[in-house]
Design a protein around this ligand. Structure first.
Ligand SMILES: [Zn+2]
Length: 321
């Protein structure tokens, strides 16, 4: 490492410019200008490609303003008829279904809470009837989510678990790892997701509990203020992946909506389904309660998409085909 070069960045820049091929510089300036023009005519929330032509790709997403921690609905118009469409998004596989009514391909994806603001690539791969593969790439902008921060004066005190409880916690970690790693590529969900209870929300997704400037915990779900014994219904059609008591979650139900999308219901007083059951959207699955590590009776729900927690309220607000 040469400290002098580090100390004089302007000199280094000068050398670089003088050595550069003037033709290449003009070319890159032209490409840059072209990219700028393209970005000007394609605002983030609008159709991703020229929508005048019927022979071009177009990508749209909801919510239009995307933030970290958000699920998203992707809608794709392909330039030609496709047999299938798949995508890559932040190293996740995205599974698309075709809606014959709108002639659009649609899929649910997600952005983790840890994702930094910026532009991220969605890569699409379509298979035509002739077996050809056609590709498309689109940048999607992720903004910073506005999540609440609550200052806590003292760190949350947990009573020390006993050795038996510790071994139970460890076993359950393995169980959850197994349950969460399962992926059913077949879509179970159909249409919009529905609220599990009709009650007011007592804590939103993403609330950070901060102690001495450091985030102690992040609320990765949505809390409903309901008394014990309130009927809890399924957010959408799915298969019961897990229905049993757990140390922290209390009586817990996990529904698999397919394609990596899961919904979780915690602190229940009574389970009304068993693992493997096929569940209809809105079907009663349990009664709410305050089991597990809960401060009092309430319903905590969470939504996972391929290993990341996303905002259930956003998912509930999406109008899905
Ligand atoms: Zn909660």
């Amino acid at each position: 490492m040469n400290p002098e070069r580090r100390a004089t960045p302007s000199n280094a820049t000068l050398i670089k410019v003088s050595r550069a091929d003037p033709k290449a510089t003009r070319k890159s300036a032209f490409v840059f200008g072209l990219l700028m023009c393209l970005s000007l005519v394609s605002p983030a929330a609008a159709w991703g490609a020229a929508n005048k032509s019927v022979h071009s790709w177009a990508v749209r997403w909801e919510p239009a303003h995307l933030v970290n921690g958000s699920p998203l609905l992707l809608k794709v118009k392909s330039p030609t008829r496709l047999e299938s469409l798949s995508g890559k998004w932040m190293e996740h596989d995205v599974f698309f279904s075709f809606d014959p009514q709108t002639k659009l391909w649609f899929a649910i994806a997600g952005v983790s809470l840890e994702t930094r603001p910026g532009k991220y690539s969605l890569t699409l791969s379509g298979k035509t009837a002739q077996g050809n593969e056609i590709l498309f790439q689109r940048q999607i902008t992720i903004a910073k989510g506005k999540y609440r921060r609550i200052a806590v004066s003292v760190a949350k005190q947990f009573t020390e678990p006993s050795p038996e409880q510790l071994s139970q916690i460890k076993q359950e970690q393995e169980l959850k790892k197994d349950v969460f790693s399962r992926m059913n590529p077949k879509r179970q969900w159909q249409g919009s997701f529905v609220a599990p209870v009709s009650a007011s929300i007592s804590d939103v997704f993403g609330t950070a509990r901060v102690f001495n400037g450091e985030t102690q915990s992040m609320h990765q779900g949505l809390d409903y203020a309901v008394p014990s014994g309130t009927a809890v219904s399924a957010l959408n059609r799915g298969i019961v992946l897990l229905a049993r008591p757990l140390f922290f979650e209390g009586n817990c139900v996990v529904l698999d909506h397919g394609q990596g999308l899961l919904s979780l219901y915690m602190h229940l007083s009574k389970l009304e389904v068993k693992e493997g059951d096929q569940i209809a959207k809105g079907q009663e699955i349990a009664l709410s309660g305050g089991t597990g590590r809960a401060t009092g009776p309430h319903l905590h729900i969470a939504v996972r998409w391929q290993g990341i927690y996303v905002n259930p309220a956003t998912l509930l607000s999406l109008k899905l085909p």
